[in-house]
Structure formats: structure tokens, C-alpha cells
Design a protein around this ligand. Sequence first.
Ligand SMILES: CC(C)(COP(=O)(O)OP(=O)(O)OC[C@H]1O[C@@H](n2cnc3c(N)ncnc32)[C@H](O)[C@@H]1OP(=O)(O)O)[C@@H](O)C(=O)NCCC(=O)NCCS
Length: 342
Amino acid sequence: MKDILSEIKQRASALNKTVVLPEGEDSRVVEAAYKTVNEKVASIILLGNEEEIKKNNPTVCLDGVKIIDPVVYEKTGAYAEMLFNLRQGKINKKTGAPEYATVEDAKAYILKDYTMYGALMLKAGDVDGMVSGACHSTANTLRPGLQVIKTAPGEKMVSAYFLMIAPEGGNKYCEDGCYIYADSGLVQNPSSEELAYIALSSAKSAIQVANVEPRIAFISHSTKGSAKHADVNKVTDAVKLFKEIAPEYKADGELQFDAAIVPSVAKSKAPGSEVAGHANVMIFPDLDAGNSNYKNTERLGGFMAIGPICQGLAKPINDLSRGCATDDIVAAVAITVLQTKN
Ligand SMILES: CC(C)(COP(=O)(O)OP(=O)(O)OC[C@H]1O[C@@H](n2cnc3c(N)ncnc32)[C@H](O)[C@@H]1OP(=O)(O)O)[C@@H](O)C(=O)NCCC(=O)NCCS
């Protein structure tokens, strides 16, 4: 079984990119900054006060890690102006007032929210990617990206997937050593059209990050008409649209999970399918299914779950689980680097 994570890190290393980690207050992030640089996965910019970071992490070597303190950094004013201009005319949903009435407001905001600060560094081209979320919620991590980085040209929307890596020794159904599960982290209740575009982004992610040829299964509680329901129609409509917009990829549905990965079940439930029994990209009908399935595969199946990994953003930003370990952060940085490559 190939070591997918080592391979991802090696490919990232060859690209020589810089990633910002805005959560300098978190010791796991500080340790990951050192590890990332030491393993030559990427150059790192850590946000925070250098003295504080060093005081709080006395045993961590920070040689080679660049620390930027937004409070005194010379570009903070320019980032504030950029935020003000990008968000002009936008209304804060909670207060009903403009998000930022003045550049000073924008400056005060980015000095409180370093995830937004990092997103602006990315927008300005001062870094190539951002990884955050070790001590912030998914919503607070992804919102700055959605607001200032925006969807990539040619993509319909941003979505999120988990890269599920098979346990050591492999898994009898997992032919490539990994699966992509989408959307498992961002889009609550996608329409048929949105499902088709989530599948398209996921197919690209399979190639770009996992380095596998995508075989896409649109998952449902029905296989090839075994159940009749509007929920099933949503999935079959998505498959139809996907085949129109991306005929170059192998895709099939609607398929139950067992029909998607177990060859003998596929043979009886979906005979003749070029995907059933061998799928490696799972497109779930909604976030409840996507999120529950990744946790299920992780906990019961012993897979390693990396994500949520965002796809469809114009520049890469990735979220971390708040329970993440240092190595998870290094892995997220490596994946972020691979996403800089189109
Ligand atoms: C990510 C998330 C926080 C966005 O919520 P939100 O901030 O209320 O979103 P809004 O609808 O106000 O949108 C904010 C901006 O992002 C954009 N946006 C939101 N979702 C988007 C998507 N999927 N793709 C592209 N843009 C999107 C909106 O168009 C809007 O842009 P604008 O402000 O420039 O007009 C929300 O989708 C969410 O909470 N998802 C679930 C996350 C979660 O809990 N996951 C489970 C744990 S892994």
C-alpha cells in the first residue's frame, strides 16, 4: 500500500510555496510551523507577537519560521484598505449596518480576526495558501475565504471534502488506498445542480491532491431505481447534469454505498456500471450524510480523515478540526500547497 501522505508531502515540497498559519496563539500550530519547515513541506508565516509565541513555546525551535505581528506590520494598513474596498456595500447580517463603515473599522476588525488577516495576505499574493481552524470554528475559518478570496473562475461554488486514507495494511474495498468524501463539511443541502458541481470539483481534487483517476459515485438510499422518492430524483438529476457538464469523467448513480464499493453487490444491483463496486469519489446527497459517513469511516473503519479540504476557492484555504494534532496541521499545509497548482 503506497504511503499517500508521504507522497503528498513530497509533491508539496517540490513546489516551494509559502503558507500562512494565523493561529500563533495555539501551541499545536507553532509546533506544526516548525515541523513543516523542518520537513521542507513549505515555508511558513506564523501570525502573532514573536515574544509571546516564543515565551509560550519555549521548547519549540522556530528557526526558519517567519513570524509577522499584524499589530506592527507595515502592510496592515494596506490590508485594511483592501478589505474595506472588497466589502463595500456589504451589510452585516447581525447588525444590519455596513460591514465596515471606514478603513479604520476594517483595520480594527483584522487586528481582532487574524483569519481574515491571513485571507487578505493571500488575496494580496503575499502568501500562497492559508491553514486555520485549530482554535476557531469551521464557519469562522471559511467565511473570510468566501468573502474575500471567492470562487475560482469556472467553478460554481465552494465545497469541502475529506480525504479518507485507508489504515495501514489497507482495506479490501479501497483499491487506491483512499477515498474522497464530498460534501462533508460545508454545503448544507445542495440542489441537484450544486451536487453536480461538487462532483466536478471533487473529480479535480482526486487528480490534484490524491493523485488518482476519479470514479465518482452519487450516493443515495436507492440503487438504480430501487426506491422512489424526491430525494432520489435529486441525485439522479445531479448525475444527468454531471454527465452533460463533465462527460470526460467516470460517474454513476444513484448508488447505495455498498453498491458503490463492493464488487459483488454492484454486480447484482448495478450490472454494467463502470463505477459501481470500484468508486473512489463519493458524492453524498447532503451534509448530514457526508459528515456522518466520514466520521463513520474514520471511527469504525479506522481510516485517517484529513479535512475538511475546501475546493472551488480561487486560492487555497483549509480548515482544521479543533481536535487536530500537530501532524494533521502539517498534512493540511501539504494539501494546501498542492492546491496552488492548477
Ligand atoms: C461556511 C458558512 C459558514 C457560510 O455561512 P455564512 O457566513 O452565513 O454565509 P453567507 O450566506 O452569509 O455567505 C457569506 C459569503 O460567502 C458566500 N458563500 C457562502 N457559501 C458559499 C459557497 N458554498 N460557495 C461560494 N460562496 C459561498 C456568500 O455568497 C457570501 O458572499 P458575500 O458576503 O460576498 O455576498 C456556512 O455555509 C456553514 O456554516 N456551513 C457549514 C459548516 C459546518 O458547520 N460544517 C460542519 C463541520 S465540518
